[in-house]
Every structure is written in C-alpha cells, then in structure tokens.
Design a protein. Structure first.
Length: 304
C-alpha cells in the first residue's frame, strides 16, 4: 500500500516552484526522506508518493493550513488496491452540471426563490430529501413541459466532466450518472458525455386535449434518494464482480453521503458541510479533472 499527497488548483495557473519547494520540505521533515514530486498537470496538479503510515500526522495539519493560506487543494490519498478505479458514480446537480435542475425549472415559472430555499435546506441535510423533492415538484403543477427543452439547451456542464467520463471509459471503467434530479436531463447528459448508465427520478407528465404536455406536480415512484444511490453502487459492484476498493464516487450534498461513505475514494466537489465531514477528498479549487489526478492520471493520459 502507498499513500499520496495531491495538491491541485485547476482554476488558476498558480502552483509555483516556490510552493513545490515548501511542500517538499514539509514532506521531507515528516518522513525523514527526500521524496521527489510528480507533475500531473503543469502548475495545476502535483503528487508526492509517501511511505504508507510513516509520515508524521503533523503533515496533515500543515497541509490544511497551506490550503487555507494559498487556495491550493491538499488531499491525502490512501491506495487500497489499483489506484485507477473501475467504477465511477457521479451526482448530477452542482457536480456534473453547475445548476440545480429543479431550481432552474422553478426559474422558468417564476418560483426560483421559493424552490431554491427548499433545495438548500435539503442539500445541507436540514430537510428530508423525499419531502423536499415532493414539495418542490408540486410547485410545477399545471405548467407546460416545454420548459424541459429550455433547461437542456441552457445547462452548463462543469469543467473536466467530459474528460473525466471519456478517460475512464477508454480505460475500461464503468461510468454512472446517478441523480436525485430527473431523467429528462440525465438522459440528455448520457448522450452528451457518454456515461455508461444513468439513473434519476421521473417527473409525472400528462397530455391534455390541447395536445400540450403538463406537469402533474408529482414524481413517479420509487423516488431515488441517498439510499438508492448506495444501492446502485452496490448493484454495480455485484454486476461487474468488482470490489468497493475499485470505486470512486463524487457529489456535493447530503443526498450523496451514503454513496460517498461507501466508495474507495469519496469525493466532495465544492460540497456542503454535511458531506465534507465524511468525504475522503475535498475539492474547492479544482475542477472535475481532480478525480483523474486523484487516481494518478497525468494530463498526458487524459482523453480530451
């Protein structure tokens, strides 16, 4: 087994030689070894291979302070098996895409403020997800389903998402988009990003005599929540006869906690406090390419 220290910031070209020297000195002091860093991305991502469990615990505190002072993500990664994972499960809203899809639907009918408040409470774990979902969807009742096409046209995919999915696919991994959001968008993103599988909730829509389609204000059962996300993780592990050690999961909210807790590498992507408490890796300054760097991929390995 090996441990790794990964530092990254893909938002700015800011990891200078001075920063690398500072981290290297702390690593040497902690391990009593001179350990050379490996460049994964020029001025954006670097790693140090550490002797497992032989580095001073103070190094973690030092790197936490370094992150706070310099805006560079610092993560310790324990290699439990093959570092490149065979299964990716990714949340959609505020993870693969920038938006919260229900908030965007509410914006189309002038109910954004009302719905976004409920979303925030649910994502921070202060409101039961199923109750929050039903409450928000009820607000859509009677509105035309045409707005779904508007959402698809205007959705913003987060930087690194395309490369993350494509690179893992090419390397033989299974990539799964699993969301408490809705199938109209996950199915669209499956086509755009080439996820192997997608799972989400389904909005109930009816056709009126006028040939117009409207929301009923209900979600079709069963509702996909945090427990369902964990079930999908376990289902794919069984389906492909792999181990939990072969998995990496990413999300941002309380609905992702169980999935993240049970992955070999659980990633909080600009996550809420509730998720940050259980995640192995936290990205605040790094885009979704960080999940590839965490698996040891360098820019030369990434499929663009």
């Amino acid at each position: 087994m090996k441990d790794y220290l990964l530092i990254s910031n893909t938002n700015e070209n800011k990891i200078s030689n001075n920063y690398l020297d500072i981290v290297s000195k702390h690593v040497k002091k902690s391990t009593n070894e001179k350990i050379a860093y490996k460049e994964l991305s020029f001025r954006k991502a670097y790693q140090w291979e550490l002797p497992s469990n032989q580095y001073d615990i103070k190094l973690k505190k030092i790197m936490t302070d370094f992150q706070s002072n310099h805006g560079i993500d610092c993560n310790f990664i324990i290699e439990t098996s093959k570092r490149k994972k065979k299964l990716l499960l990714a949340d959609m809203d505020s993870t693969i895409i920038k938006e919260e899809s229900l908030d965007e639907l509410a914006k189309q009918i002038g109910k954004e403020k009302e719905v976004s408040f409920i979303t925030n409470e649910a994502m921070n774990g202060r409101l039961d997800f199923k109750k929050a979902l039903k409450k928000r969807v009820a607000i859509l009742k009677g509105n035309t389903a045409d707005i779904l096409e508007t959402i698809k046209k205007n959705v913003n995919i987060n930087d690194g998402a395309k490369e993350l999915v494509k690179t893992m696919n090419v390397n033989g991994s299974i990539t799964v988009l699993v969301s408490g959001g809705f199938t109209f968008l996950t199915e669209y993103l499956k086509d755009v990003l080439d996820f192997t599988y997608t799972h989400a909730n389904r909005l109930q829509i009816i056709e009126r005599e006028s040939k117009k389609f409207e929301f009923t204000g209900k979600v079709e059962e069963p509702i996909l929540d945090k427990n369902a996300k964990l079930e999908y993780l376990n289902d794919y592990i069984k389906k492909y006869n792999i181990s939990h050690k072969d998995t990496i999961c990413v999300g941002d909210g309380a609905n992702d906690i169980e999935m993240i807790k049970n992955a070999s590498i659980g990633v909080s992507f600009y996550g809420k406090t509730a998720l940050n408490k259980v995640a192995d890796i936290h990205f605040y300054n790094t885009n979704l390419l960080g999940l590839l760097y965490a698996q040891g991929y360098a820019d030369s390995d990434i499929i663009y």
